[in-house]
Design a protein around this ligand. Sequence first.
Ligand code: ZN
Length: 291
Amino acid sequence: MTRSSWRRHLPDFDPISKIKRQQRETANALRMLGLDHLPMRECSGVEPCRNGLCARCARQLRSHLLGFLADEYLDQQHWHFVTIRPEGWTMPAGEFRQFGLLRDHPLVENLVKRFRRMVIPGLIIFGSVETVYNTVSNRPAGKPFHIHLMVAAASAAQINGAVQAIVPLNGQDVKPLDIRRVGSTPEDFYEAASYAFKQPLLKKSRVAPASFGVMQSLKAAERRELIQNLGVHGWTRRLILSGIRCDSGRFRLTANLSATTNRGENPSSHQLLSGGLPQASRHNQLRGRRE
Ligand SMILES: [Zn+2]
């Protein structure tokens, strides 16, 4: 894998014309709300405005994350995709108040700490806090804030144990905790990875509560409501990371993991990653060499 090779597995990734339209619509919404809108209006790939509501910046950060995952051959690890719906995280339709902290929410911080305390060799987590403007039969139906995580090296039982210990789950939801093994093809991996950290302002429309939803464009008033719920925040404030760092929009493995995936300088680590050895044995071999 090379930095841009992920793109061929995600041919529909954030089309630039659609992203520019969303950028313009969000800047208009900020202006209507009396908030600073000029940096987003002038935001370009060269000079990102770094606003977490900006579609152009979200595209850039998503693209950097996927490029980093490809560069580090992380698509060849075994992953679980996790969706967590905590109790009390749904904002009712017509509610304009700000949800509050996103990735710095105590529940998220405690969950990540819990995973780290489990000392799982090779553990890597990335994901986000997100929400969606839901409609059923074209009527507003609430905005469920929730968490998506991609987790490498932990078993489904370990993930279930960590979440159940920390997060009070939404009993109203049919499936407040969903843990799925990500398939083994690059398409499976990049689809799941791009789903774990999406654009910030989304709308899903259903014909009935239990039916499958379709993504739609937000109307101007819906966009303003969602912006107020999310609040103005920096471009990395929804992003949950463990084992990975993000500095000024650039991703890298944290020091303890980078030695295990340091390709180029050490061909054997590359082979080990591609070879699909069990996580523990790969980690132990590499750790043994490092120590
Ligand atoms: Zn921007």
